[in-house]
Design a protein around this ligand. Structure first.
Ligand code: VGL
Ligand code: ZN
Length: 207
């Protein structure tokens, strides 16, 4: 059972969004090719889905500016611009993404007191989203991931997939993903590789 996990391909992370990833929209045609390929038995999309005033937003902290390090529930936390607020255009999937063909949407980041980069659990690794149980129940043996942003939500989702789905082969599709910071992307790819995530391109995924 082969699954494709599309991470946070939302307006908020594309040009014109509130937390744009450079060239984030360029993952959409590649993701669509993967979705339409017939190579996957199961397609899942994650959706960053924050309440207004979420604790990861700089605007929720007096004197904090976006991209500074602040604190959330006593722990260091990157301060983000307000983004992907529930039921806003920013939180919607990119309009060209073939998300209607997804079998399951996993929302995350609803708890205002903790951020959730991973689609599997929040950043303090306490609360599970239910995605690991869903994939286990479906009998998934191979998981390909891609989307936005490589150095945050894609990386943490890939590492959690390796840890929480023992025996499942996990691959990161590089050309169907984009990151926020080039140095962060390089480090994320090294970390994923070191932890057993295979790095492939969409051509390999489609063969
Ligand atoms: C993300 C920062 C904050 C992501 C989500 O999808 O990579 N990054 N929220
Ligand atoms: Zn977020």
């Amino acid at each position: 059972m082969k699954a494709l996990l599309l991470i946070d391909i939302q307006n908020g992370f594309c040009p014109g969004g509130n937390l744009p990833v450079p060239d984030g929209d360029q993952v959409v045609p590649v993701a669509n090719k993967l979705i339409d390929s017939g190579k996957y038995d199961l397609i899942v999309a994650s959706q960053d889905w924050h309440p207004a005033g979420h604790g990861s937003f700089a605007s929720a902290h007096l004197g904090k500016k976006p991209f500074e390090i602040g604190r959330l529930s006593g722990k260091p936390q990157m301060m983000w611009p307000d983004h992907c607020i529930q039921n806003t255009k920013d939180a919607e999937f990119h309009p060209d993404l073939h998300v209607d063909d997804a079998d399951f949407i996993q929302q995350k980041g609803q708890n205002p007191l903790v951020d959730s980069y991973s689609a599997f659990r929040d950043n303090d690794q306490a609360a599970l989203t239910g995605l690991a149980a869903y994939l286990r129940n479906k009998g998934v043996t191979a998981l390909d991931l891609c989307g936005l942003a490589t150095d945050y939500c894609v990386k943490f989702s890939a590492l959690d997939a390796v840890e929480m789905l023992p025996g499942v082969s996990v691959r990161f599709i590089e050309d169907a993903s984009r990151g926020i910071d080039p140095a962060g992307v390089k480090a994320a790819m090294e970390e994923m590789r070191a932890r057993g995530v295979a790095i492939i391109d969409s051509r390999a995924a489609l063969t």
